[in-house]
Design a protein around this ligand. Structure first.
Ligand code: UDP
Ligand code: MG
Length: 321
C-alpha cells in the first residue's frame, strides 16, 4: 500500500491562478495514484488565508467537483507562514506525508517525484532547493541571497535557496507541532526538528497569473522576523559594540589628560558634539534592537492562537475530501 500524500497550498487572493493550479495538481496526483506511488486517499489541501476575492468560493467549487480537493478556511488573513502551518496541522492527522507549495506553482511540481523517492528511501524531511535564480529579477535575487547569507552569519540555520517547498513525514509534522512559537519562520524551525533529511533541486518558474503577494515591505518584515525569531546574536553584537566604545572612550580620556598635562587646551567643540550624536545614535539603535526582542517576548507570553479555522471541508469518516 502506498502512503497518503497531502499537498498543502496557502492561498491569498489567488482566484486568478487557482483553476490552472488545480488542473495541474490534479493531473499530477492522478498520475502518481495510477503509478501506485501515493494512496487514493491523497488530497490537495487548499488553505484560504482570509482572501478578499473569490478564492474561497473557488475552493468550494473545486471541492464539489472533485474529491481530490479539500479546503481550510481561516477566519482572517494571517500571512503565508501561519496559513501554511494551519494547513500542515490540519493535514497531520490525515496523511502520512505532506508537501507544501505556493499557489502560483512557481515551484516545479515535477520535483514531487524526486521528493517521494527520498521519502520512500527513509527521509522524514525533503527540502526543495532552487537550482538557479535566473528567472528572478536582479533585485529579488540579490536581496534574497543576501538574506540567506546574513541569516546564516547570525546563527540561524537555514537551507540555502530553500523556500517553503518541502515534504514532511507525519512524525516530522508531529515534531513541528511541538514548536509553540508565535513568531513563525518555518524555514528556520524545520531544520531544528532533525530526523533524516535530503534535498531535491528544481527550477523555479515565473508566476503564471496574478501578482506577487510578497511586496518589498512584507519581504523586509519577513527577513526581520527570521533574524529576530531565530537568533539572539544581534544582542550579543550590541554588547560587544558597547564594550568597544567604552574602551575607545577610556583611550580618549588618557589622551586628553596627557594633552592637559602638556598644557594644550582643547579646541574642538565640534568633535564633542559629533561624539554625543554618534553615541546617542548607537544607544537608540541598541534600544531598538532590544525592544524588538522584548516585543517578541511580549507576544510569546500572550500565547495567542496562531490561526483559527472557520471551516474544514470533510466527509463523515474524518477524511477531508
Ligand atoms: N500567501 C498567503 N498569505 C499572505 C501572502 C501570501 O497565504 O498573506 C501565499 C500566496 O497565496 C502564495 C504564497 O503565499 O501561495 C507565496 O506568495 P507569492 O507567490 O505571492 O510570493 P513570491 O513567490 O512572490 O515570493
Ligand atoms: Mg510566488
Amino acid at each position: 500500500m502506498p502512503d497518503i500524500l497531502y499537498v498543502v497550498v496557502p492561498c491569498y487572493n489567488e482566484e486568478e491562478v487557482l483553476p490552472e493550479t488545480a488542473r495541474r495538481l490534479r493531473a499530477k496526483l492522478e498520475a502518481l495514484m495510477a503509478a501506485d506511488r501515493i494512496a487514493s486517499a491523497s488530497r490537495v489541501l487548499l488553505v484560504n488565508d482570509g482572501s478578499r476575492d473569490r478564492t474561497w468560493e473557488t475552493i468550494e467549487a473545486l471541492h464539489r467537483d472533485c474529491a481530490l480537493f479539500s479546503g481550510v478556511n481561516l477566519t482572517r488573513n494571517r500571512g503565508h507562514q501561519n496559513a501554511l502551518l494551519a494547513g500542515l496541522m490540519t493535514a497531520k492527522d490525515r496523511c502520512d506525508m505532506a508537501i507544501s507549495m505556493d499557489a502560483d506553482l512557481q515551484d516545479d511540481i515535477n520535483a514531487v517525484d524526486a521528493m517521494l523517492d527520498q521519502y520512500y528511501a527513509g527521509c522524514d524531511i525533503v527540502y526543495g532547493v532552487r537550482s538557479s535564480r535566473e528567472k528572478d529579477t536582479f533585485f529579488k535575487r540579490f536581496t534574497a541571497e543576501g538574506f540567506y547569507r546574513v541569516m546564516n552569519k547570525l546563527g540561524a540555520e537555514t537551507v540555502f535557496n530553500h523556500a517553503d517547498y518541502r515534504l514532511m513525514s507525519r512524525r516530522a509534522l508531529e515534531g513541528l507541532e511541538q514548536f509553540k512559537e508565535v513568531n513563525l519562520f518555518l524555514r528556520g524551525i524545520v531544520p531544528m526538528i532533525g530526523y533524516t533529511t535530503a534535498t531535491v533541486e528544481y527550477e523555479r518558474g515565473e508566476r503564471f497569473a496574478g501578482e506577487s503577494k510578497y511586496p518589498l515591505k512584507k519581504m523586509l518584515a519577513f527577513a526581520m522576523e527570521g533574524i529576530t525569531s531565530l537568533s539572539t546574536k544581534p544582542i550579543r553584537y550590541i554588547t560587544l559594540l558597547g564594550v568597544l566604545i567604552f574602551l575607545v572612550s577610556l583611550v580618549m580620556l588618557v589622551v586628553f589628560i596627557a594633552q592637559w598635562a602638556l598644557g594644550m587646551t582643547v579646541a574642538g567643540w565640534a568633535s564633542v558634539i559629533c561624539s554625543v550624536w554618534a553615541i546617542g545614535g548607537l544607544i537608540l539603535l541598541s534600544l531598538g534592537v532590544i525592544g524588538e526582542y522584548i516585543g517578541k517576548i511580549y507576544l510569546e507570553t500572550k500565547g495567542r492562537p496562531r490561526f483559527l479555522i472557520r471551516q474544514v471541508l470533510e466527509d463523515e469518516d474524518g477524511q477531508a475530501d
